[in-house]
Ligand binder design. Structure first.
Ligand code: PLP
Length: 505
């Protein structure tokens, strides 16, 4: 063991070798590089102690350099990275939800690159309010009297409950006590806001009389929560919005509606189920409506609150609004996105989320075929490539259970397992995310741009090459020549099925 420890090269020697191997590393702060090299050798020392390293030669700098380089490069790589989304889930919360329209990206860049009139009234030269930047647009698009944007929809719901319901009761149907995910549960957020939850009805059926019976002198509001991410089907009933609004107003109470994934546009002409739009919910009698900026709306992360003027004015004065406000980059992106909605046709074409949700199945098939063709050419015999019909999901809790018809490009590596390929693709530059289905790794063109196809081809090529290299090493190490030959024979047989567009096995 002593001999092994002695074989570990000096840190300065490693630093020199790194700088020679990658000139970019010369720009890295020296103490940081030194610390990374030390970490690397500490890990090797652990391996030696654990008996996983028995050859001094393997520790020589010449031999270790590639691994050391990889360690240093991966540690220096930014943590926040671009990924290729081939999952087909348009509003993928884990992958950053909505992709911004070009107009919104330009607005963000402008806001980030210089000073702006964020809180300056350019008419008077006096202090302005950041809230006015998007209020007119939100009112025009929703038909509301007033509007306010905060950090996200969870914050919007929290703020509204804090302002109007703290210390009192809020009546909610048992069918709407939802958990959105990431531990956002309506009952919990109500508790935090100091509002007491008054549950009425049952999971599947709630009637107007249930709400009426619950109203007392402590009641501050009636709340409807859009059951974004699940559906109750079968024997069930909810109270129609106008009836509930009438009941609330009879008692001088506001009707609050958390729409979750609010939209200004009716997407039913594109074959999606008719979800209530923000203007429709306001017209139906809701006094305050909250929804997300980055779900189906397709803008930046934001919580949008629209409704009655006096209510919104009260919210603007709530000290929590200061804590939950949007930053300038968000407001820039939100304004640019909302502007696109002034022309619905333009919104559908330019806002990536809308464009992807409404993409026709013919277009998806065309794109799948283009991608499959390029992959066949590039991957040759390492992988079978087929196209088959399937479905995509909107995501973000919007349109649950609704299947968007799509065409998948299905890959089946001939020498490696599909899950090995999936894992290898997490470490490519950029990582590529798809879905595992029926023993295939599947790419859904809905969430890829055509100009990303070359990148997709490149990372797949790299991943498969890496896997086959690994496979070879394993075989050499264990000297399983026989198995190697068997694989090769299998591989020859499988060549014939390549380039045939069929159902996935
Ligand atoms: C998504 C969602 C939220 C939370 O919105 P964020 O913008 O993610 O904070 C709240 N309520 C409902 C009904 C939702 O669907």
């Amino acid at each position: 063991m002593k001999e092994l420890f002695r074989a570990i090269p000096a840190v300065d020697q490693c630093l020199e070798a790194l700088a020679a191997a990658d000139p970019m590393l010369a720009q890295t702060p020296r103490p940081l590089l030194r610390a990374l090299v030390t970490d690397f050798w500490d890990a090797r020392r652990q391996e030696i102690r654990a008996g996983h390293c028995c050859h001094a030669a393997s520790l020589a700098l010449k031999v270790s350099l590639p691994r050391l380089l990889e360690h240093v490069r991966s540690a220096l790589r930014p943590r926040f990275r671009e990924v290729l989304n081939a999952t087909g889930v348009v509003v993928h919360t884990n992958l950053g939800r909505s992709v911004l329209a070009r107009e919104a990206r330009q607005a963000v860049s402008l806001a980030a690159s210089g000073y702006s009139n964020l809180e300056m009234d350019l008419q008077s030269g006096g202090r302005g309010s950041r809230h006015t930047l998007v209020e007119d647009l939100l009112c025009r698009l929703s038909g509301a009297e007033a509007a306010l944007a905060v950090n996200n929809n969870a914050a919007a719901v929290f703020l509204v409950l804090d302002e109007f319901c703290r210390g009192g009761e809020v009546v909610v149907s048992r069918g709407e006590l939802v958990e959105i995910g990431g531990s956002f549960r309506i009952p919990d957020i109500m508790k935090k806001s100091g509002a007491h939850l008054c549950e009425v009805g049952t999971t599947n059926r709630t009637h107007l009389r249930d709400y009426a019976a619950a109203i007392n002198e402590h009641t501050r509001a009636l709340l409807r929560v859009h059951t974004s991410n699940y559906r109750i089907v079968g024997f069930h009933s909810v109270v129609p919005l106008p009836e509930l609004a009438a009941l609330a107003h009879e008692h001088g109470l506001p009707l609050l509606e958390d729409l979750g994934s609010g939209s200004f546009m009716d997407l039913s002409p594109f074959g999606l189920p008719g979800e209530p739009t923000v203007p429709a919910v306001l017209a139906g009698g809701a006094d305050i409506v909250t929804f997300s900026g980055d779900k189906v709306l397709g803008g930046p992360q934001a919580g949008i609150i629209v409704g009655r003027r006096n209510a919104i004015e009260r919210l603007k004065k709530n000290p929590l609004t200061r804590a939950l406000r949007c930053d300038k980059l968000c407001l820039a992106a939100l304004e640019a996105t909302l502007r696109l909605y002034l022309d619905p046709q333009q919104a559908r074409e330019r806002i990536p989320t809308l464009q992807r949700i409404t993409m026709s199945s013919e277009e998806l098939l065309r794109r799948a075929r283009i991608l499959a063709g390029r992959l066949r050419k590039a991957l040759g015999q390492s992988c079978s490539v087929t196209v088959r019909p399937d479905v995509s999901r909107v995501g973000g809790g919007a349109f649950p259970q609704y299947d968007l018809p799509t065409s998948l490009v299905c890959l089946k590596p001939l020498q490696n397992s599909t899950s090995a390929l999936k894992n290898a693709l997490l470490h490519t530059e950029p990582p590529l995310l798809g879905r595992l289905d029926r023993d295939c790794f599947c790419l859904d063109p809905r969430t890829l741009e055509v100009d990303q196809f070359p990148q997709v081809v490149k990372v797949l090529q790299g991943a498969l090459l890496g896997l086959s290299g690994q496979g070879k090493n394993d075989m050499q190490r264990t000297n399983k020549i026989g198995e190697n030959n068997k694989l090769r024979a299998q591989f020859e047989g499988l060549k014939r099925v390549i380039n045939v567009e069929t159902q996935c096995p």
